[in-house]
Design a protein around this ligand. Sequence first.
Ligand code: UD1
Length: 344
Amino acid sequence: MKEKILVTGGTGYIGSHTVVELQNAGYEVVIVDNLSNSNADVVDSIEQISGIRPAFEKLDCLNLAGLDAVFAKYQGIKAIIHFAASKAVGESVQKPLLYYRNNLGSLINLLELMPKYGVEGIVFSSSCTVYGQPDQLPVTEEAPIKKAESPYGNTKQINEEIIRDYVASGAPIQAILLRYFNPIGAHPSALLGELPNGVPQNLVPYLTQTAIGIREKLSVFGDDYNTPDGSCIRDFINVVDLAKAHVVAIGRMLEGKQADKVEVFNIGTGRGVSVLELIHGFEEATGVKLNYQIVGRRAGDIEQVWANPERANKVLGWKAETNIEDTLRSAWNWQLKLRERGIQ
Ligand code: UD1
């Protein structure tokens, strides 16, 4: 058994896939999650896939005493992967204080406890949102950080800065900031996937819910952008590939291979795909016809962004492997499985 890793938000969409990959790689996992946007059943699914049941503590990361007790109970936690955060862009505009309190407070609590329990490093879930609309594409990690479009985006930027400032102060920790592009898809077993609360805000869950008849029509937000087909362009990254990036980041950190105490990596495919291309790709990959219509632009959307993932490819030795057809099929299989289970 390898080192013990604390995964906050480990029952969430990206967190749960990462726990599976960590366990497959031999790590021991302790999950902390307040279940605000996930379900405790996910722990069963993780066990079903990997054959190992991770430790699970229902806890809010804002609860400093509770977190302290978790570190005390599971002695020897070597590193943290911090997913737990609020992530709905629109909601963050309505409830900025909730977002600032949750997303900043949780990180600060974890950082504060790390030296006390000898935790060596933290992998932080950041986002390509920190680049805004980049001046150059594909975007590299050196691109300037633009003023955030939403309180949610701002929490990602500020959290990156908090980590840098803390390390610069001489705190005995290291950090890897992973800037995700657009994670989509589900585990090939169809036992894990994205389970949005209420009406999905993100493209792929809305698309699969439309395909299965929960939603009447998918709205494409704008076809008058300055892109080849007029719809927005994103870098859609398979969630299992993304999960594996965390495993290699943890390995690099714990093997003492980091060149800097804070390292940052883009985690994307390097390929831009438009919203309309994605819709047609889904139809081809699954044979399911989608009911969609073009509507006006969504406020705050970035026109186009995709990653230059070379640094992650070279330095981490990680590369996105799954093609978009397989990824879209996995999202569809997950939606079918949810129906079978009577969930959605
Ligand atoms: C958004 C956030 C990003 C955050 C991510 C995770 C912005 C600018 N970015 O990414 O910071 O990390 O969510 O929650 O808000 N679309 C449709 N119809 C739909 C839904 C989406 O056409 O019903 C389009 C959008 O206009 C966009 C693309 O699909 O062009 C992707 O949208 P979405 O899945 O919401 O992700 P982002 O907006 O890229």
